[in-house]
Design a protein around this ligand. Sequence first.
Ligand code: FE
Length: 211
Amino acid sequence: MRKFHEQRVTPAPTMVLRGVQLFQGLLDRAQQEHLLEEIRGVVSHAPMRTLMTPQGRPMSVKMTSAGDFGWVSDAAGYRYEATQKNGATWPPIPLTMLNVWNSVSGSDRQPDSCLINLYWEAAKMGLHQDKDEADFRHPVVSISLGDDGLFRLGSTTKGGKTESIWLTSGDVVVMGGDARLIYHGIDKTRKGSSRLLNGGGRLNVTLRVVR
Ligand code: FE
């Protein structure tokens, strides 16, 4: 199989679930390791943090960001910020991530925000919409690394039936078009299912156009 960055045309999704495009196995092991190195570079300038929900509860997923804007949450609510809590700007979005965006997003813009989530042990993410961005014509592109994560999809309105699929390391998900505002979450991760990260865990990288 040709690697994604060598392809001149957009790769076809391996599956479309409720309008969400899945590119399963898009990144091979070497590309995943390279991405992991890039994430380590980001984390060295912008350490992973435990954010508080607006209701004052600590999130189980640890987070950091790259790009012009980082996603943050605290008592003041969910929002994007141009600087970290210490006042420093966020590190730039690494090249491999931009290559993935350019390969699958179908967008004429470059992402200006990259959120990196670390799922450790029993970490999970409740059903939610990504709606803190200014223009929903641009998709959300999400890259899975490390342990499998059980990805749950609802619909674009609250409630109703949901369905789930396991995401594995190297899978890329695109939520765009009619599925841009679909409710989604991670129920759980499968500890030890991947050897990519030392000591296990799951990393999720999401790329967005925020402004
Ligand atoms: Fe999300």
